[in-house]
Write a protein that binds this ligand. Structure first.
Ligand code: FAQ
Length: 332
């Protein structure tokens, strides 16, 4: 059920000087607390709007930059079938970026502005996409671990308080679960293959495991946005809660594959019913966020080149739209 009540209060408030911000905020929070959706035309606190623009645009940028590490393998996929599946997967990620930019646009920011923030290096995108993909096993590890972590994070966003973001996530999560399965299947083939293929699978797991844990963001004590985002039901779980769920789900999968997690401190704790795991190297995470990961420069250069190479398409589309407009004006 949506928030017609809040919407009408928002419109009324524009004309009624007596309706003060405190009343609007109380009504807004009551709507969120009642698990009703906030829609783009509803009144919302500016900080809520800014938090959503920040998170949704970072998420969109992640999907778009996230096409690059795997896109690198499309020309070298080991069979026609693998190539077709990988093209479809990478294309899906591009589609996710488009839904997310559209959801961000409903909050009053333009796609051009968001693009400029990405290309200038001002915007963040997920740390995970600054790591290289030197072997085919990396494509398997990304599907299994990176898409696996993305699903763990995104399923709760299907219940996010902001309607357009929540609805976009429903389809995204369905597609991500196909991606996760294709990655796991690649890992299974390699893990059951020749000793060299098994080594490739283990090496990819060694390199992607810790960066995958970092995808969930800083630990709760260091996360500056979590408390407020939980109150607004943009986030439903903390970073550490989701990271723990991911570890608990993924460790048995590694055991099934016969691969060893690269963490000597990883241990099942029967008392808590969870796996304890080692300390994350947060200095590596901070270095990647500051632009000093293994591939940060390469990723932004690729995006800038794609943007420049696409200039003629944008110009042609604008010229076509202008021609259509002129024809319609003439006909009227
Ligand atoms: N990388 O206070 P918090 C995918 C930043 S999609 C870079 O905890 P928040 C699909 C954070 O933005 C992957 N920056 O922040 C795919 C904030 O910076 P700011 C992307 C990070 O927002 C698969 C600061 O640190 N998914 O993989 C990272 O409450 C395969 C403080 O952090 C999403 O974006 C990081 N890992 O929680 C595609 C999901 N972590 O803005 C291709 C939606 C944190 O203050 C191939 N986003 N930061 O300067 C979220 O759930 C949240 O934004 C978190 C961070 C959980 C990422």
């Amino acid at each position: 059920m949506y928030t017609q009540g809040l919407d009408s209060l928002g419109k009324e408030a524009l004309h009624n000087s007596k309706a003060d911000t405190a009343t609007l905020e109380a009504r807004f929070q009551a709507t969120v607390d009642a698990d009703e959706k906030i829609e783009p035309k509803d009144w919302m606190p500016d900080a809520y709007r800014q938090t959503l623009i920040r998170q949704i645009s970072q998420h969109a940028h992640s999907e778009i930059v996230g096409m690059l590490p795997e896109g690198n393998w499309i020309t070298r996929a080991p069979s026609l079938k693998r190539k077709a599946v990988l093209i479809a997967k990478v294309q899906d990620e591009g589609g996710h970026g488009m839904y997310l930019y559209s959801a961000a646009e409903t909050l009053g920011v333009s796609r051009d502005q968001l693009q400029q923030q990405l290309l200038s290096g001002a915007a963040k995108y997920s740390s995970i996409f600054n790591y290289p993909t030197p072997t085919w096993a990396d494509v398997g590890a990304i599907g299994w671990l990176v898409d696996g972590a993305a699903i763990m994070n995104q399923i709760p966003i299907c219940r996010c308080s902001f309607g357009p973001y929540a609805r976009a996530m429903v389809r995204v999560c369905r597609e991500e679960s196909f991606h996760q399965r294709q990655g796991f299947e690649i890992m299974m083939m390699l893990a059951q293959g020749t000793p060299e293929q098994q080594r490739m699978a283990q090496d990819a797991l060694n390199r992607w495991w810790w960066p995958s844990l970092m995808m969930f963001g800083p630990s709760d004590g260091q996360s500056r946005h979590t408390a407020q985002s939980m109150k607004w039901k943009i986030k439903r779980f903390t970073n550490d809660e989701l990271r723990q769920k991911f570890v608990d789900t993924t460790v048995p999968q590694a055991e099934y594959l016969g691969l060893k997690m690269p963490d000597p401190d990883l241990k099942w704790d029967p008392q808590s019913g969870h796996y304890n795991f080692g300390v994350i190297d947060w200095s590596e995470f901070q270095a990647v966020l500051k632009g000093n990961g293994p591939c940060n420069r390469e990723r932004l250069e690729a995006r800038r080149k794609a943007h420049d190479d696409g200039a003629w398409v944008r110009e042609a589309a604008m010229a076509h739209a202008e021609k259509q407009r002129a024809r319609q004006t003439q006909a009227a």
